[in-house]
Design a protein around this ligand. Sequence first.
Ligand code: XUL
Ligand code: CO
Length: 435
Amino acid sequence: MKYFPDVSEVKFEGVETKNKFAFRHYDPDKEILGKSMKEHLRFSLAFWHTITEDGSDPFGVGTYQRNWNGENPIETAKNRVDAFFELLTKLKIEYFCFHDVDIAPQGNSLQEFFDNLDLITDYIKEKMERDNIKLLWNTQNMFSHPRYLNGASTTTNAEVYAYAAAQVKKTIDLSKKLGGQNIVFWGGREGYESLLNTDMSFELDNMARLFKMAVAYADEIDHKVQFLVEPKPKEPMTHQYDYDAATTMAFLQKYNLQNDFKLNLEGNHATLAGHTFEHELKVARTYDALGSIDANHAEKMVGWDTDEFPTNVYDTTFAMYELLENGGIEPGGINFDAKVRRTSFEQNDLLLAHIAGMDTFARGLKAAAKIKEEKFMQEIIDDRYADFNTTLGKNILADNETLETLSKYALQNNEPQLKSGNIEYYKSILNDYLV
Ligand code: XUL
Ligand code: CO
């Protein structure tokens, strides 16, 4: 335990604590609505932002102080795993996520990359067993390497398509080896720059084709795993095909993939799409497709994917309300796809940032549970649609009416009487749940 020596274990100490390295709200075993906080929240640590990120941005080099670089790439990869598992256990986080390229050096060929992945996942597997840690999801990075500049499954080049397929197959093999619960497809460069040179339906057909191959292969090796698509509207491509939850559902339904895929929704991606996070979660729920969430938060004034740690209780309350209404998120979880700011360069900032995110979600859970228990939102909603409890309303809902019968009714009756929504009042009461 050498990477975070100042802290042996992060414990719940309550809001009065002066200890920076303590939970003020996240009390893992505390029961809320019949389940422990840790069962509700299923937190996950993301390998990329936590371990491989260096704090660089388009204007400057990395700033993070990290001490896990070894003598050679394999030693560094193992040190990173050690540091990662030290963080997982100290933070009491039981799940993790990774891209293939995060955990192992890519070497000089695809075969060398796969061999390195085998070696490092042997090492990871030992640690998972030792520390009782589970794989929430893994994925394949098919967007950083120049070969993928035109996309992976939506590429213009059949050999690139084959390379992508090899990475997807390896992701599924590793998921089976590590007992992964989900597999994510985030459409990195699956989109386009200009319609001048793009055949959209050709590209979408090919994307669906790769998804179908993935489902068929998991089936063939008898690996029961939940596939997820992670929508994002832009960045890196000008137009991303999986723009948001609704667009992604249209794609899944067009290709009859809706029974094999659910959605992994990210806070910052929702903001980029011009939606609130809860909007995206609600859309997914409406389609019975809420799979998992990437917990982060946008700096709304900046306008790109800043991947900040979630610290806004208003947002986490709405998000947790959707999760509670969904009956939980299992086998998905709450993955911190979030990175510390460039100015938070000390190694211990990784602990502080995750504590902040976990406490913010714990506060959201407590507030959302109270809102649910007291039926605060439910009563507002029931009241708002109460007019459908009239004879006319019931007949409409029972599909007993037609354009003719409704037209006759409207002609025989006076102007409908509406009632105010009183939204300002309700928003003010909502604030009482957040403090
Ligand atoms: C990119 C993003 C990815 C996915 C996994 O914005 O969110 O890290 O979560 O590829
Ligand atoms: Co993400």
